[in-house]
Design a protein around this ligand. Structure first.
Ligand SMILES: C[S@@+](CC[C@H](N)C(=O)[O-])C[C@H]1O[C@@H](n2cnc3c(N)ncnc32)[C@H](O)[C@@H]1O
Length: 315
């Protein structure tokens, strides 16, 4: 997730173009799994006057903000505050025609000082997306073993200095527990060599990303969400996923590839029902944002977009 506030939906035209064949000119159902500020959803509702939206977000503030933004479409919109792995429940067992997952953190969350997502301000180390639920980033820093902290920083932040940072955290918290981002940022300035800062960005970037992913169990949620989302997609329905981190993108790639290959057991007739490929990939590899979009909206720099269409029923 980028450092700067973002109000422009990432790859908006591409997302609209990919979803259009599944949503245009019909009473289609579109699920936005990550409402955020409601930017993508608003554009879909404007483009398709007959589409009904089911908007999900785990963050009550995102639901509230989207409710206000999407008020002109109120008769076509339903909001559910839930994590996206519960998509099947949220749509009440129905099949849907379009699904969007724009992963990560929103500018609404980054800008809310008291929530502690941004390393550029000194604020409480919270980072919970479902406000008030579960352990905070401070809890992770103050209670995890050095080994567990190293794993979190390495796996979720791809932080080269994970072990060194974890050791420093364990040493410093023995003097006084961590409560604010300012003290953690200070520690990271000392732990990450200056030379790395020039090429790797802000020394706190990777650690903050890792803590956010751990606090919100983002990869666990995504791992459960992908098969759940694909299971509610109608034949002809389309799914678009925007990831901002390589582990997420790898999960999406794998989930799509699993269903895109034919599962016909060797020696059986190819037309055997239920054994053909279930998905057609709509993107070749992962698509990225153009240089121009990144210039206008740096938040788009790390985006990896993948999309697929359901072409066969689940077995
Ligand atoms: C990048 S923002 C989405 C921005 C949105 N597409 C727009 O145009 O404004 C991601 C949103 O996903 C939500 N989110 C992250 N993980 C989630 C999960 N597991 N379940 C539901 N919502 C989640 C966050 O709370 C955040 O509001």
């Amino acid at each position: 997730m980028a450092e700067r506030a973002r109000h422009v939906p990432v790859l908006l035209d591409r997302v609209l173009g990919l979803l259009a064949p599944a949503l245009a000119d019909r009473d289609a159902v579109f699920v936005d799994c990550t409402l955020g500020l409601g930017g993508h959803s608003e554009a879909v509702l404007r483009a398709h006057p007959r589409v009904r939206l089911i908007g999900l977000d785990r963050d009550p503030q995102a639901i509230e903000l989207s409710r206000r933004r999407l008020a002109p479409f109120a008769d076509r919109v339903e909001f559910v505050q839930v994590t996206y792995d519960r998509i099947a429940e949220a749509v009440g067992g129905a099949k849907v025609d379009g699904i969007l997952m724009d992963l990560g953190v929103s500018s609404l969350q980054l800008d809310a000082e008291e929530r502690g997502f941004a390393y550029s301000r000194d604020s409480p180390l919270d980072m919970r997306m479902s406000a008030g639920t579960g352990p905070t980033a401070a809890d992770v820093l103050n209670t995890y073993s050095a080994d567990d902290l190293t794993r979190v920083l390495r796996d979720y932040g791809e932080e080269r200095f994970a072990r060194k940072i974890a050791a420093a955290v364990v040493r410093e918290r023995a003097k006084e527990p961590f409560t604010t981002s300012g003290r953690l940022v200070e520690l990271l300035y000392a732990a990450v060599p200056a030379a790395t800062r020039r090429t790797g960005g802000h020394p706190a970037k990777r650690t903050f990303q890792a803590l956010r992913i751990e606090v919100n169990q983002e990869l666990e949620s995504l791992r459960r969400a992908l098969p759940a989302a694909l299971s509610v997609l109608a034949v002809g329905g389309r799914i678009v996923v925007e990831s901002y981190q390589s582990l997420e993108d790898r999960m999406v790639k794998r989930a799509f590839a699993d269903l895109a290959v034919s599962r016909t057991p060797p020696g059986l007739p190819v037309e055997l029902p239920g054994h053909g490929p279930q998905l057609k990939l709509l993107t070749r590899g992962a698509e990225v944002a153009s240089e121009q979009e990144v210039e206008e909206n740096p938040r788009a720099a790390p985006v990896r977009l993948r999309a697929a269409e359901r072409i066969g029923e689940a077995t």
